[in-house]
Design a binder for this molecule. Sequence first.
Ligand code: HAM
Length: 418
Amino acid sequence: MQTIRGFRDILPEHISLWQRVEQEAFSLFESFGFKEIRIPVLEKTDLFARSIGETTDIVEKEMYTFPDRKGGHLTLRPEATASICRSYIQHKMYATDPLRKFYMTGPMFRRERPQKGRYRQFYQIDAEVFGIESAYIDAELIFLLNELFKRLGLTGLTAHINSLGCPECRPSFQRALLDFLGERKELLCENCTRRIQKNPLRILDCKVESCQQALQGAPATIDHLCPACADHFDIVTTTLKKQGVEFMVDKSLVRGLDYYTRTAWEIKTTTLGAQSAVAGGGRYDGLVQELGGPATPAIGFAIGFDRLVEVMAQLEIETPKPPLDLFIIALGAAALEQAYHWSCELNQRGLRTEVDFRGKSLKSLMKRANKLNAAHVLIAGENELKENQLILRNMETKDQSSLSMDNLVPELINILKS
Ligand code: HAM
């Protein structure tokens, strides 16, 4: 039996980078006032279709959707923003305190063509803020991401930032884009030709070569902002500059989801080939209302967890594995019984201790202690038990001392914790 295409196991030998990222990210989120939320992996299809947009690649061709037995359709979540909005509305969080900051991590599902850095089940670390219109929160989220990547030791990342405008300025931009594309229609791919009237902004995100060619010199949202959007964007960029956060304004950045308004960004790397975005986010001031809640400004981002770990591995960022404090070599039935109780008690008291219960020889158990990177080995053979003198070996210095069994556990704790 094998995993299905685009799905994979993350094995214990690779997990330490994942855990390190989670620890750094969660502790940073908590400092910035975020609270963890957990949401289902399965939702009604309609939630994603309405939020992400009917004419996006995600909704048109990448969702894992199936009919429910009782009618209706369900979808494995392709992202977290829509579900968190649903939760915010469903639990009427706006009524008790409209200002909410959430974070979560978990698997997302998109049926894309698998390649390096692109999977059909992948993981995101997601953060969302509801109820703040001020541009300082936009800057704060980009600052937070930058700080996280700095703490993780990542280099070679660039923040690309753009403003996509709001319902005030979008129509004038769309008119300008449609006028521009009017004479270049024959260059557009089939998909874009179909989408052009319904959702002209999607064309800007098309990767097809001829569409890219048609877009050479196309108008940019940022040149069509209303005064309020222009001021908003100005505060974001000025604030980041003051904080020394490096970024570039990227007029061509549009993002692959329809809900965005105003600030949108992606953090890109040069180390993963075509899959260059390790994080993406932006404002979505209309979505809560669109989904049936009160008008609520909102903003967030998601980090591609798999990609982040791949970049860290390429940069050879390692997390030292904590060694085993003690490996107990117990030879014979009586010693095994004793070792079982000592090790349970030591584990209970917070010391990483292991016994191998398979009844192997001294030589093979010493090998295993080395493999497990044990700091100390306790040897309890039949003779040692008889003489009430166990051997404790420091694996680094090779020093050996003898210990009586009478007060063994407290004695070991003393030695191992010092
Ligand atoms: P997104 O740009 O679709 O945004 O995804 C965010 C990140 O998830 C990407 O930058 C990428 O690193 C990672 N990612 C996406 N697809 C895959 C894949 N197939 N395999 C591996 N990694 C992938 C969102 O999902 C928005 N919900 C972000 C957001 C939150 N906007 C506002 N709030």
